[in-house]
Design a binder for this molecule. Sequence first.
Ligand code: VGL
Ligand code: ZN
Length: 198
Amino acid sequence: MNHALIVIDMQNDFCPRGALAVAGGDEIVAGINARMEQAGAVVLTQDWHPPRHSSFASQHAGRAPLQVIDMPYGPQVLWPDHCVQGTQGAGFHPDLATDRADLILRKGFRREIDSYSAFFENDQTTPTGLEGYLRSRGLTELEFVGLATDFCVAWSAMDAARLGFNVRVLGDLCRAIDHDGSLAQAQDAMRAAGVTLV
Ligand code: VGL
Ligand code: ZN
């Protein structure tokens, strides 16, 4: 089986009542669990920030969440404090079938740089190691689900397509932040990068 299911950031802070809640984020858990049964491999990603991470608006005087600032590696959207290492908010949704995971990949763990993608940090250069893991297991067909469609799912799927994997995003098993047209923009960018949106 050369087919991997990659489940992006199904964590408490991205679900209703979480610090960076994505509308309907918890609605997709059961469907994702069911999809795991069809997959040759299951990878979970976990957004995993140190306290005072540079993507937090709280670390930038006079700035608010969803504003964009220039970082040394490019523009960065600012977020409420979320997914702080070891907190309940950083934990997986309690109903997610985490026992099914072959690999749990943490990202965004360096204070100075964010990592939306499961493959590269936001400088789009520093690798997380996931590419090597997938290639050495012969996993060439990748299916993406999770949160949020327009940020971590989109960036991961586009990097995967650019790396030469066959990539599908299952829209029904994703939910979006959709700020300022970000969902439509991400969908266009994914299609342009060769991602199949299902
Ligand atoms: C995410 C914003 C900040 C995501 C993570 O999982 O899409 N979005 N950190
Ligand atoms: Zn984050």
